[in-house]
Design a protein around this ligand. Structure first.
Ligand code: 7PJ
Length: 270
């Protein structure tokens, strides 16, 4: 049986995220949004307390914990959904795991001090290792690769090896090429075209293209009008074996992936 693709709904609890910043700051608003995502069919809720926008101000550990942990605890109490925490801080990882997070989603792929030890406090939490070239503040200035597909693959395999050497079981690892993180439009398109190079590695692959500037460039449309483009890329990704789509628009993505999956799965009757 081909696994059904999973939809990871984005729950930003930041005042400054690029497309929905500031809307979900209070606990109640965050929970209402979580409920909307779950009702729309999200399998995973990805809670983020720090924006990775190039010009976003840094957030302290305490501030990030205050934003993320109460929301995580409440969702854990109320719904049986998988919970992911989008963070690159070891302290936030530790607290999130202690509060019952199922997945740590790290745009730094556990390269920050203490992160490997933090995710090792559990022997079951999943880890999404994402590729990023450079640092959020400067990553879009002049991204360069010899061969973007190969370079991203090599980086992710190196991070996998580091995790395995630290005793993390391979079935806990997910990979993500990190669309928009130190990549030109052409780099993003090449990665999208060759996603099977990553899915062939045998780890679940996550793709997050929802409303991103790649779509803005291709469509010349603002963030509020990038849904159809986002759906096209989600379908292209899943047709190459991607198992998890990270998105703001859960209901539309769930439908798009349901019909995609119906075609992709083995059909016995001719
Ligand atoms: C991603 C992410 C992504 C994973 C963000 C945004 C920017 N985590 N966190 N993959 N993007 N795993 O949502 O536009 O692509 S923040």
């Amino acid at each position: 049986m081909l696994a059904h693709p999973q939809v990871m709904g984005i729950l930003n609890v930041t005042p400054d995220s690029f497309s929905d910043g500031g809307q979900f700051l209070s606990l109640n608003t965050a929970l209402q949004q979580a409920e909307r995502l779950i009702t729309a069919g999200a399998n995973i809720i990805d809670i983020g307390g720090e924006s990775t926008r190039p010009l976003a101000p840094p957030v302290s550990v305490t501030e990030e914990l205050d934003r993320v942990i109460p929301v995580l605890e409440k969702i854990r109490q109320e719904w049986p959904v998988l919970i992911s925490v989008d963070t690159n801080k070891a302290e936030v990882m530790r607290e999130a795991i202690a509060a019952g997070a199922d997945i740590i989603n790290d745009v730094k792929a556990l390269r920050n001090e203490g992160s490997l030890a933090a995710v090792s406090t559990s022997n079951k939490v999943r880890i999404c290792l994402m590729h990023m070239q450079g640092e959020p503040r400067t990553m879009q200035q002049n991204p360069h690769y010899d061969n973007v597909v190969n370079d991203v693959k090599t980086f992710l395999l190196e991070r996998v090896q580091t995790c395995l050497a630290a005793g993390i079981s391979p079935n806990r690892l997910w990979l993500d090429p990190g669309f928009g993180f130190g990549k030109t439009v052409e780099h993003n398109l090449l990665l999208l075209k060759h996603l099977s190079t990553l899915t062939q590695l045998g780890y679940p692959v996550v793709v997050g293209v929802s409303r991103k500037s790649l779509l803005g460039h291709l469509l010349n449309k603002p963030v509020t009008e990038r849904l159809y483009g986002s759906l096209a890329l989600a379908v292209l990704a899943v047709s190459q074996g991607v198992q998890i789509i990270r998105t703001h628009d859960v209901a539309a993505t769930v439908d798009a992936l349901k019909v995609t999956h119906a075609v992709l799965q083995p059909i016995d009757k001719i």
